[in-house]
Design a protein around this ligand. Structure first.
Ligand code: PEP
Ligand code: MN
Length: 338
């Protein structure tokens, strides 16, 4: 249930109502925006008599929220959430590009590629250390050594890093060594992991599951927010369909839907969506045109030798071109890409 206050409400009136609702066992989520002052009330509100609330002259309106997601719901917080990843803001007018290899392969590899990513315009470097591979015989990532390399790169080149966590036991390492913790598509509904991520304040990049609905995705984000961590960035990475020409089907429509349903920022991963490097630029442009707040793109200096996902990785030169070409799209939709 959402209580909308009148503009002239006083702090004291709000705090008296809050104490009353807290005593009744509800959880509260207050949102003070430029033009609206709301109080989200979470709990068993079904049997609550809304009419009684209209007795308060400072209450403008009370509405019931039908959706199962509450804290991520834009009705609870109309203003966009901006997530700060070690100084890089995601969710404001500027579009943020993240880039890097699918997997961290060596210190030398990351030393060679990071300056190229930076000069192309990437603001965050990606690199998997713990890799969720379909085959147990494929390269599984360098594990904690990969995180050491990323931490080193971040310090050396002064750029935040993002990497995927696969299990709760890895959490202390991730909290210490990365700036943005990625939850991969395969773990979107690992509820134990999501609960633990709710207890920290590090930003989380929550990818959409391979075959999950937008509502299920938002319920996973709700797990993290309900635990107390509101620094969540959503990532659309394509979903399973009957189409086989691309690895997945990029659900472009999820971008405006997400913008309508939630205040959380959304970025797009055109690499895993398409599975082929030659489609990555078109999908990146489409994502920006549809309202995405950023992109995460796989880049490798020698894709033919990459230990994972070479077929969808751009060479640094093409990545540079892509960012240049996307700037024009960003401007056309009244965004910046700096
Ligand atoms: C990745 O980003 O390296 C990855 C494995 O992506 P996804 O979880 O979207 O498949
Ligand atoms: Mn990959």
């Amino acid at each position: 249930m959402i209580i909308k206050f009148k503009n002239n409400v006083t702090e004291e009136q709000v705090s008296r109502l809050k104490s009353k609702l807290l005593k009744q066992g509800f959880e509260l989520h207050e949102s003070i925006g430029e033009t609206t002052h709301l109080l989200g009330v979470i709990g068993d509100t079904i049997s609550y008599d809304i009419n009684g609330l209209y007795a308060y002259e400072f209450i403008d309106n009370v509405l019931r929220v039908q959706e199962p997601f509450k804290k991520v719901n834009r009705k609870f917080k109309p203003d966009d959430t901006i997530v700060d990843v070690s100084g890089i803001e995601i969710g404001n007018k500027n579009i943020v590009i993240m880039g890097g290899p699918c997997a961290v392969e060596s210190q030398e590899q990351m030393d060679e590629i990071t300056p190229l990513l930076k000069s192309a315009g990437a603001k965050i470097v990606r690199g998997g250390a713990f890799k969720p591979r379909t085959s147990p015989y494929s390269f599984q990532g360098l594990g904690s050594e990969g995180l050491d390399i990323l931490e080193n790169i971040s310090k050396k080149y002064k750029i935040p890093v993002v990497s995927e966590i696969m299990s709760v036991d890895e959490l202390p390492l991730f909290v210490k060594q990365v700036d943005l913790i990625q939850v991969g598509a395969r773990n979107m509904q690992n509820f134990n992991l999501l609960k633990e991520l709710g207890k920290i304040d590090k930003p989380i990049l929550l990818k959409r599951g391979l075959a999950n609905t937008i509502e299920e995705w938002l319920m996973s984000a709700e797990y993290i927010l309900s635990g107390g961590n509101s620094n969540v960035i959503l990532c659309e990475r394509g979903i399973r369909t009957y189409e086989t020409s691309t690895r997945n089907t990029l659900d472009i429509s999820s971008i405006p839907v997400i913008k309508k349903l939630t205040h959380l920022p959304i970025i797009v991963d055109p690499s895993h969506a398409s599975g082929r490097w030659e489609y990555v630029e078109s999908l990146s442009k489409a994502a920006i045109a549809a309202g995405a707040d950023g992109l995460i793109i796989e880049v490798h200096q020698t894709p033919e030798q990459a230990l994972s996902d070479g077929q969808q990785s751009l060479k640094p030169g093409r990545f540079n071109e892509l960012i240049k070409n996307c700037k024009r799209i960003a401007e056309a939709v009244d965004r910046t890409l700096e």
